[in-house]
Design a protein around this ligand. Structure first.
Ligand code: IMP
Ligand code: MG
Length: 182
C-alpha cells in the first residue's frame, strides 16, 4: 500500500484494512473461547470506536451476544504525548456489579488509561475485568498492566486511522498508519 499525503502530513500504512479484519476474527475466536457468561463490552472512547464496532460483530459471528456500553476517558495531553492524569469525561450507564467485563481500547502505551479503567470497574464490583487492545506499544509502562487480548504490536511512532486521531483528524482512514515527518 503506498503512503498517503494528507495535507501537510504523510501517512505510511502499518496495518491494512484486510490485515486488521483477519486478525480481529482470530481475536474474537480467542475471546469466545473464554466462555465469559453475560459479557459486557466496554469501549473506551473515542479512539476505540471503529475497533469496537468491528470486534463486536466478529464476536457475534463467533456466537457471542455481548452487551455494549461506552466510557469516554481523557488523559490530559500536551501535543501528542500524555501527561498522566486520567479522568472520566462520560461514564457508563451500565451497572458492572457481578458482570464479566471486557474493556476495549485502541492503544496500550503508558498503561495509565487501561489501568484506570480496569481499577475503576473492579472497584465497582465487576466479577471479572479483561482487557483487549488493538495496538500494544513496546514502551515502559507507567502503570503495570498487560492486555489480555491484543490485535497487533505497534511501532513506537504516532499512529492514526481506524478510529485513531491526531487532533481529531484521520479517524476515517480504514487502515492504521504512522505519521511521517517530511
Ligand atoms: P496510555 O494511557 O499512555 O496507555 O495511552 C493510551 C491512550 O493514548 C490511547 O487510548 C490513545 O487514545 C492514546 N494514544 C497513545 N498513543 C497514540 C498514538 O500513537 N496515536 C493516537 N492515540 C494514541
Ligand atoms: Mg484512547
Amino acid at each position: 500500500m503506498p503512503s498517503e499525503i494528507n495535507g501537510e502530513t504523510r501517512i505510511e500504512p502499518v496495518y491494512s484494512a484486510a490485515e486488521i479484519a483477519t486478525r480481529i476474527d482470530v481475536l474474537a475466536k480467542d475471546i469466545a473461547s473464554k466462555k465469559l457468561d453475560g459479557l459486557l463490552v466496554v469501549a473506551i472512547l473515542k479512539g476505540s470506536f471503529v475497533f469496537a464496532a468491528d470486534l463486536i460483530r466478529a464476536l457475534y459471528n463467533n456466537g457471542l451476544s455481548p452487551e455494549v456500553d461506552f466510557m469516554t476517558l481523557s488523559s490530559y495531553k500536551k501535543g501528542l504525548s500524555s501527561t498522566g492524569t486520567v479522568s472520566i469525561a462520560r461514564d457508563l450507564e451500565t451497572d458492572v456489579t457481578g458482570r464479566n467485563v471486557l474493556i476495549v481500547d485502541d492503544i496500550l502505551e503508558s498503561g495509565r488509561t487501561l489501568a484506570f479503567a480496569k481499577d475503576l470497574l473492579t472497584a465497582r464490583g465487576a466479577l471479572s475485568v479483561s482487557t483487549c487492545v488493538l495496538l500494544d506499544k513496546p514502551v515502559p509502562r507507567a502503570a503495570s498492566i498487560k492486555a489480555d487480548f491484543k490485535a497487533f504490536d505497534c511501532p513506537t511512532a504516532f499512529v492514526v486511522g481506524y478510529g485513531m486521531d491526531a487532533a481529531h483528524r484521520f479517524r476515517e482512514l480504514p487502515y492504521v498508519g504512522r505519521l511521517v515527518d517530511h
